[in-house]
Design a protein around this ligand. Structure first.
Ligand SMILES: [Zn+2]
Ligand SMILES: [Zn+2]
Length: 324
């Protein structure tokens, strides 16, 4: 029957959606803008790799990697895992490389067919800018950190509760071990969805580019720490203010009583306020997710399977059981 009408309904749906999205993209989208953007990512790659902020971030990650060795012992440390990578760690390494090389934008462009870029471009002129900003730079920085983290908390709740988005976020949760750089393990489509969801609040909050850059570097370093196996709960600070490594490890737990707990990114008090804090004594020693289909085949398979499952969930269909 040719490629347009296969016997496989799943394939028909995926091909149909991709074709419609492609048509919409070229009919209504500013494809030249997207092309320029893609080229800019490619051409600026060399500059982007060596920015000061990338250096600071890498130093932060390196410090966590080194601190782990005496605390956990060499065979349990992330550095050991990175030197002897499992399939889960290989996926993390690829995601980390994409992030450091600043080519994530190309992945977003490919996996969303430019729709995320178009959505951001369409939203840009209609959102009022900076109506919720402060004039004092320090107050503004603290406000940005708290307000953006509040939005990220709720986005994270939706990522778990809405099964369509969960299929994208599940890629992050499919990590079977923490090795600091697991923080980078996100599917480009998930990153695109987060960027679109954050576009309106971020525009309303205002803030300057260097403030966001500083916050994102600090946030990424903290996220490296919380994706390590360091046995730190930060005491009362970890119970009431900041997400600790143990706090986030619980979020990645396979133990049922720890499901859907500790959504906070930087601050744990959102979980306290909204009733999603895990207050039990159990500390999980492993991380994974139920019905994990990832880390078994090639990274290309994982990258394609994730948005495919998202589309299937969107149409209320179950994915076929992959052959082992
Ligand atoms: Zn999550
Ligand atoms: Zn995580």
């Amino acid at each position: 029957m040719g490629i347009w009408l296969s016997e496989n309904r799943t394939r028909n749906i995926v091909v149909g959606v991709l074709l419609l999205a492609t048509l919409a993209f070229f009919a209504f989208g500013d494809w030249r803008f997207v092309w320029d953007k893609g080229m800019r990512y490619l051409l600026s790659r060399q500059d982007a790799i060596f920015t000061q902020n990338t250096g600071i971030y890498l130093i932060g990650i390196a410090l966590v990697l080194l601190i782990e060795i005496p605390l956990l012992g060499w065979p349990q440390s992330s550095l050991y895992r990175l030197c002897h990578p499992s399939k889960s760690t290989v996926v993390d390494l690829v995601c980390f490389a994409i992030g450091i090389l600043k080519i994530g934008g190309i992945g977003i462009l490919i996996f969303t067919l430019g729709l995320a870029d178009i959505a951001l471009k369409l939203l840009d002129p209609i959102i009022p800018k900076g109506v919720l900003s402060f004039s004092n730079p320090l107050l503004e920085l603290i406000w940005l950190m708290v307000a953006v983290d509040f939005c990220k908390y709720w986005i994270h709740v939706v990522q778990h509760k809405w099964k369509v988005w969960w299929e994208l976020h599940k890629f992050h949760h499919s990590a079977e071990e923490f090795n600091v750089i697991t923080t980078s393990r996100d599917h480009p489509t998930d990153e695109a969805a987060i960027a679109v969801a954050l576009a309106i609040p971020v525009a309303l909050l205002g803030g300057k580019a260097d403030q966001f850059l500083l916050l994102s570097v600090l946030g990424a370093m903290h996220a490296g720490l919380t994706h390590s196996m360091l046995p730190w709960n930060f005491g009362w600070i970890g119970r009431w203010i900041l997400v600790s490594p143990i706090g986030h490890r619980i979020h990645h737990s396979a133990i049922p009583e720890q499901f859907d707990k500790n959504y906070g990114m930087i601050f744990i008090f959102w979980d306290r306020i909204f009733g999603t804090y895990y207050g039990g004594a159990l500390v999980n020693q492993t991380v994974t997710v139920s019905e994990n289909v990832y880390n078994k085949r090639s990274i290309i398979w994982d990258y394609i399977e994730c948005p495919k499952r998202m589309l299937l969930a969107l149409f209320g269909r179950k994915p076929a059981q992959p052959a082992e």
